[in-house]
Design a protein around this ligand. Structure first.
Ligand SMILES: CSCCC(=O)C(=O)COP(=O)(O)O
Ligand SMILES: [Zn+2]
Length: 214
């Protein structure tokens, strides 16, 4: 019991650590060109069940501590007047559905935007060594069918569509694409989410090259 109390960091410390991790993730995503202009958003689940998430509208490669705020699992800001990401509902939808999700990343890369626009409800990734970055895929011989959903400015309606897609899948991959918009990826923690995003972006860039060459 005492061990549990000592192991749990005070809420303010946990938020400060999450803010630092989010700032670092934004810089990393920016280096790859995945968060152009004010695109993208980033969040981490906090030990008290709330969520640290980027504010709406800033450049995610130039975040400072003021660029990260807290919301509850329904996406409501914990401090009156704070305006979290316009896509907070998609982050919270992931945290509510997957108790093991601890970090969520959203970016707008060229491969994601281009491939998601070219039709189809899923993008098949097969034969890539980097598939091993995903749960349950011990070799390159596995396959990921990344769901693609139509874009919608109504985030509640978009989240309902995403949930219906998840309901229809025997196994839900930890990511999906929004057509002409971007990608959502999650993991147990920030390093895992970043690894998955990087692996997916690499494979999607290869898919784009393949289509160009065809
Ligand atoms: C100019 S990007 C349009 C909004 C968007 O798709 C996005 O990812 C960023 O929105 P946020 O409110 O999180 O800044
Ligand atoms: Zn977006």
């Amino acid at each position: 019991m005492l061990d549990d109390v000592l192991a749990a960091p005070p809420a303010a410390d946990a938020f400060a650590a999450a803010t630092a991790a989010i700032i670092q993730a934004g810089r990393r995503m920016d280096r790859f060109g995945w968060v152009p202009a004010t695109a993208g958003n980033i969040s981490l689940r906090l030990p008290d069940g709330s969520v640290a998430i980027t504010r709406s509208g800033g450049h995610k490669g130039f975040l400072d501590a003021d660029g990260v705020i807290r919301v509850d699992l329904q996406g409501r800001p914990l401090r009156a007047g704070d305006r979290s990401s316009a896509e907070t509902g998609l982050h919270c939808g992931i945290y509510r559905r997957f108790p093991g999700a601890g970090a969520v990343l959203h970016g707008h890369s060229v491969p994601v935007t281009h491939l998601s626009r070219s039709g189809g409800d899923a993008i098949l990734l097969e034969g890539y060594e980097l598939l091993k970055a995903f749960p349950g895929l011990p070799t390159h011989a596995g396959t990921i069918a990344l769901p693609v959903v139509d874009n919608d400015q109504d985030i509640g309606r978009l989240q309902a569509v995403v949930e219906r897609r998840w309901d229809a899948l025997a196994e839900v991959p930890p990511g999906y694409l929004i057509r002409g918009h971007g990608i959502y990826v999650w993991g147990a923690d920030m390093p895992t989410a970043l690894t998955r995003l990087e692996a997916l972006e690499f494979m999607l860039a290869c898919e784009l090259e393949k289509r160009r060459a065809a």
